[in-house]
Design a protein around this ligand. Structure first.
Ligand SMILES: Nc1nc2c(ncn2[C@@H]2O[C@H](COP(=O)(O)OP(=O)(O)OP(=O)(O)O)[C@@H](O)[C@H]2O)c(=O)[nH]1
Ligand SMILES: [Mg+2]
Length: 367
């Protein structure tokens, strides 16, 4: 008998082992075998209805195996990245895996950017980072899988390819591949929220093929879990606090040299040199931002990590802070991958810190 897969996460359904991927009680499996509608495994059921994650995830081998199949058939590859964590979510090894196939780059979660962000600047910046990493996509799109922004344009573009080949969505975990696919599916069919999505890394476990009218498929894949994504190090409650759900609003802090800003316990900026000026913070409204004297900052952190400066919660193990200095020559955004960014004017000299140096960077200001 051929395998029957969970439509939510792609794992093969089985009724033998509740601790392994694809488990459904025997009655559910019988329903699936009878072709009786969409059947979800128990893990997807718990994620979808209770937001609870069962500790089952795709291993690196599965992911690499799926990647290495990308050159074995003609396909258009859609590489999805998280605009909130481009450095952490860029798949610079992609060209090695796709053979002669073309790929496009889709920056997701555009809805989170402040309303007055310049889309053309974001697109240029994304293309620039991709090029620097040796990626030369056939096209670049900015979308929100969540709100649908930009998705019609993407669907129009993909239409002509879908008539002759599969469209494979690939990328790191948590960038929103499944959310984007659900958005596309809902635009072309009555199905809503077909694929399971969640804020936990490692939601999709195997290939999910959505058949299209012309005989080809839209394909979702599990994302690779990388150590360069801060969000992979946080627990459920911490993720809830860190990941913004609404467009970011500016919060302005007046700073002078010798002062430090903490972005909870996940980011730190020391203002080393420059005039008294405004630092504009764009992070989730649930994230605590604190200004203090740099001379007291270490002590303050020691005392308040896991208290005022949460996340991380006590018990979450993060790598030690790593700093990097920036001399700002034009108005720029200091990046804290996965958390947000801080806009600073020209003429500032700053040092930023994140756990293990993850997600640090700078770009020309978007606003
Ligand atoms: N704000 C915002 N959040 C998004 C968007 N797309 C996805 N998300 C959120 O990002 C998280 C991950 O989404 P998924 O669609 O499960 O990500 P994925 O890339 O399929 O992840 P894996 O299956 O683990 O590879 C969820 O909390 C989503 O709600 C978006 O366009 N905007
Ligand atoms: Mg997924």
């Amino acid at each position: 008998m051929s395998e029957i897969r969970c439509i939510g996460c792609g794992s093969v359904l089985q009724a033998d082992n509740p601790k392994q991927a694809g488990y459904v009680p025997a009655s559910g499996l019988a329903k699936a075998e009878a072709g009786d509608g969409n059947v979800y495994c128990q893990r997807c059921f718990k994620l979808r209805h209770y937001g609870q994650i069962m500790p089952v995830s795709a291993d690196r081998d599965t992911f690499l195996q799926l990647l290495s199949q990308l050159n074995q058939k003609p396909a258009m590859i859609v590489n999805v990245v998280d605009l909130f964590d481009v450095n952490g979510s860029l798949l610079s090894s992609l060209p090695r895996f796709i053979g002669d196939n073309d790929f496009i780059l889709v920056g997701n979660k555009i809805d989170l950017f402040p309303k007055n962000s310049r889309l053309s600047r974001i697109k240029d910046w994304l293309r620039q980072i991709a090029n620097n990493a040796g990626l030369f996509p056939k096209a670049v799109f900015l979308v929100s899988g969540q709100t649908g922004q930009g998705v019609t344009e993407l669907v129009d573009y993909l239409q002509k390819f879908s008539e002759r080949e599969d469209i494979d969505f690939v990328g790191m975990t948590n960038v929103g591949k499944s959310t984007l696919l659900n958005q596309i599916i809902s635009q072309v069919s009555p199905e809503k929220d077909l694929i399971t999505t969640s804020r936990f890394p490692g939601t999709t476990l195997d290939r999910i093929e959505i058949p299209l009218a012309g005989g080809h498929n839209l394909v979702d894949t599990p994302g690779i879990i990388a150590d360069q994504q801060l969000t992979g190090l946080l627990n459920a409650a911490e993720l809830k606090q860190v990941l913004p759900r609404k467009p970011l609003k500016p919060a302005t802090y007046q700073l002078e040299p010798g002062q430090t800003l903490f972005l909870a316990g996940l980011g730190r900026i020391d203002y080393l040199q420059g005039p008294r000026t405004s630092f504009v913070v764009y992070v989730s409204r649930d994230l605590y931002v604190h200004r203090t004297k740099t001379s007291h900052a270490d002590e303050f952190y020691e005392k308040q990590a896991g208290q005022l400066l949460t996340p991380p919660q006590t018990g979450t193990k993060l790598p030690a802070w790593q700093g990097r200095d920036y001399s700002i020559n034009e108005k720029s955004d200091l990046l804290f991958g996965g958390i947000g960014f801080v806009t600073v004017p020209a003429g500032c000299h700053v040092r930023t810190y994140t756990p293990g140096g993850i997600g640090q960077g700078v770009r020309k200001a978007l606003i």
